[in-house]
Write a protein that binds this ligand. Sequence first.
Ligand code: NDP
Length: 459
Amino acid sequence: MTTQTTMSNFVTDFLGQVEAKNPAQPEFLQAVEEVVTSLEPVLQKHPEYQAAKILQRIVEPERVLMFRVPWMDDRGEVHVQRGFRIEFNSAIGPYKGGLRFHPSVNLGILKFLAFEQVFKNSLTTLPMGGGKGGSDFDPKGKSDNEVMRFCQSFMTELSRHIGPNTDVPAGDIGVGGREIGFLFGQYKRLRNEFTGVLTGKSLDWGGSLIRPEATGYGAVYFAAEMLTTKNDSLEGKTCLVSGSGNVAQYTVEKINELGGKAVTLSDSSGWIHDADGIDEKKLQFVMDLKNNRRGRIAEYTEHFGNSVYYETDPMLGYNPLWDVPANCAFPSATQNEINGKDASNMAKNGVNLVSEGANMPTTPDGVDVFLENNFLYGPGKAANAGGVAVSGLEMAQNSARLSWTREEVDNRLKGIMHSIHESCVSASGTYGMEGNYVAGANIAGFLKVANSMMDQGLV
Ligand code: NDP
């Protein structure tokens, strides 16, 4: 048997064990499989990782917290939600990763997100371990008071487990500035401490400039870096963007700034196509609609004449948003929003660059289509790392009790996205997979964490 076959057998057996140990967690298994498959050549070159069972240790969270979150609605009715925090890996720094409030939240989804976060945080060059948390609470349709009561109940339990040197949560789907404010207020009250225990804070009380913009801006900077390798730029490119929340909004803003044209946005009810482009004025409307009035994207077409709205059709088996002719795509809504057919539609319609603002938005068969068609494909753990990177910069500013200027933070963000791109290119080149950013991101992210785990002994 060749070494290659032995290694493939090892990976297959290993994935079988992970599946047996983590039943009914398909998203977690998907994330593990993608990473472990790209690590084959690394494990072959470094038998010491196998001897120390680094892989077996890296897929097992250091700690999983699951707790009851009771809260009362405005009519006096009691509700019980489930709260989670996955403290996955602290080899290179305190656990760091967002909180997601969405009815679909479960243990498997948060474990996939926390696992991805370990490698993403490692790529940022900053000292942050990986974690993620959240609840199956749905903030949609709730009053501000209901959201506040829920956040206070959630933090009452979470506060026992986090701290500025232990675990520093941030926002994610359903957790924006409003929720971070309520969570921070309750933590401060319980602990009688004003610390940088959360990131994504408001500017008035310890937040960082550019944090709200960072994930979207970073995904566009990463796309620009990939295009530079082909002596190309975003100037004049038509771009598809999904979602209409935090990441999507600032992705559109930066695409416009760099001379591209964003033509789509979506929410869970449907999507809009505006062939004229979503310019700054239209984007301001979307920001007010989503961040203040908390309305639906369908309203866009009532205000901007040439645009069209299409309702989501779950029976269709593909998403027609990805069938619009374009050059670049920035998925910015949620996991597995692009399947094999969507990816084929993109290839057919001229798209050859995908920069993932969302986490794991592409299914494995979709990723195969991107790689077979030689797309410039920036996977989420590299392309959307700008958000957590600026969270890391927020932590640094909090520790120093200082605030940096917008230019300073934006320049650091650009520098970090450049260095993540370099790391991906260099790692994929070293292991003979030039141009494969998936392998590059997984390998570069893994090596730093694995080496730190080796240094720190069997813990
Ligand atoms: P928001 O809650 O601000 O926005 C999410 C958007 O995606 C909304 O338009 C929402 O529509 C849509 N969406 C959510 N779930 C679904 C679904 N199941 N089907 C269809 N549409 C859906 O979240 P963010 O913009 O912060 O996050 C978007 C993605 O980016 C997520 O994958 C997140 O993990 C990732 N990410 C976010 C970071 C950040 O800094 N915020 C950092 C790195 C990654 P609706 O309102 O109808 O639910």
